[in-house]
Design a protein around this ligand. Structure first.
Ligand code: NAP
Length: 300
């Protein structure tokens, strides 16, 4: 249980509602900042304004998946007012407070470092990234289906990268009957792709093997689908770029060649916000409960 833990949620989207719900269920004391337009409030939670001195009572602050931008602004779809975290807020925080965020901007890392506040970027965790690959893959399949006039079954699909998303995606495409090639750079990944019954391709050989591909799915967060690769694609090929912004594709050149290339960020929050929220909630409350246990042991 989270009895006695005072949590402040600052900003968020539909995913954060699941996290808030779970914390309240576990008896945390919850306040919300940036939720003025939320129609149905949560029973037992309070709404506060972001005044520096009002932050002194919290044990935990939870920021949305996007964290803050480089000026400390926090996004919330539940308010039209800007929310900005400044140094003045951090000076009032409890010594033992922790901040949980999805991703951590340089601003957030620097300010937490300056005030010696533990910062936990949840999206950097392997477990969350693997769970999150499930809605990501469903969203990717949805985009592929919406943007083609042929079936995934028996189509030539190329997945670039065999990380958390690439592995789940390659497996799902294979299960749908696609002919899957996976582009990797490590010899152990070549072996893994072979073991999975798929076609491995080393990244340096990419250019020579793209000409018969129907769909390219990129998960590598570097510019890998360059102009010379795009020049070798057939005009009907589709590129779906999942890598974090700005993606790994030369979109300008793809457009010039008339090849459809789509940057598709944030799919879990778009196609399955409830599940995506539950993934975050489950991990967050486990960490909070572990933290509470450690704190109690430290006091005894
Ligand atoms: P990951 O587990 O780190 O996998 C990244 C893959 O890219 C690995 O196979 C890695 O190979 C490869 N790679 C990295 N740099 C490379 C390079 N220079 N050349 C060749 N291969 C390289 O990451 P992930 O969790 O799968 O996420 C992949 C991307 O998708 C990230 O940008 C993430 O932010 C994004 N993402 C997007 C969505 C969405 O909704 N669009 C959802 C979740 C994640 P090595 O193992 O050899 O390093």
């Amino acid at each position: 249980m989270l009895t006695g833990t005072h949590i402040l949620f600052i900003g968020g989207d539909a995913r954060q509602l699941e996290v808030i719900r779970k914390c309240i269920e576990l008896d945390a004391t919850v306040d919300l900042c940036g939720y003025e337009n939320l129609d149905s409030g949560f029973l037992g939670s309070g709404k506060i304004e972001l005044l520096p001195e009002s932050l002194a009572k919290y044990d935990v602050i939870v920021l949305p998946v996007s964290g803050t931008d480089e000026k400390g602004y926090v996004e919330s779809i539940f308010t039209s007012d800007p929310i900005q975290l400044k140094d003045s807020h951090f000076t009032y925080l409890k010594k033992r407070l922790s901040i949980y965020t999805g991703i951590a901007s340089d601003y957030l890392r620097n300010v937490c470092n300056k005030f010696q506040i533990p910062l936990i970027p949840l999206m950097e965790r392997n477990d969350i990234a693997i769970y999150n690959s499930i809605p990501t893959v469903e969203g990717t399949l949805m985009m592929a289906i919406q943007n083609t006039d042929f079936t995934i079954h028996r189509s030539n699909c190329m997945v670039l990268g065999l990380g958390r998303v690439g592995m789940s995606l390659a497996r799902a495409l294979h299960a749908l009957g696609a002919l899957v090639t996976v582009v990797v750079r490590k010899s152990e990944d070549v072996a893994r792709v072979y073991e999975m019954g798929l076609n491995p391709l080393e990244i340096q050989d990419l250019k020579m093997h793209v000409s018969d591909m129907d769909i390219l799915f990129n998960t590598i967060p570097h510019k890998v689908i360059t102009a010379d690769i795009i020049a070798n694609l057939k005009p009907s090929a589709l590129i779906i770029d999942l890598a974090s912004k700005p993606g790994g594709c030369d979109f300008r050149f793809a457009e010039k060649r008339g090849i459809k290339a789509i940057l598709a960020p944030g799919l879990p929050g778009i196609v399955a916000p409830k599940t995506a929220g539950q993934i975050i909630a489950n991990t967050l409350v486990r960490l909070l409960m572990e933290n509470n246990g450690n704190r109690r042991e430290g006091l005894s």
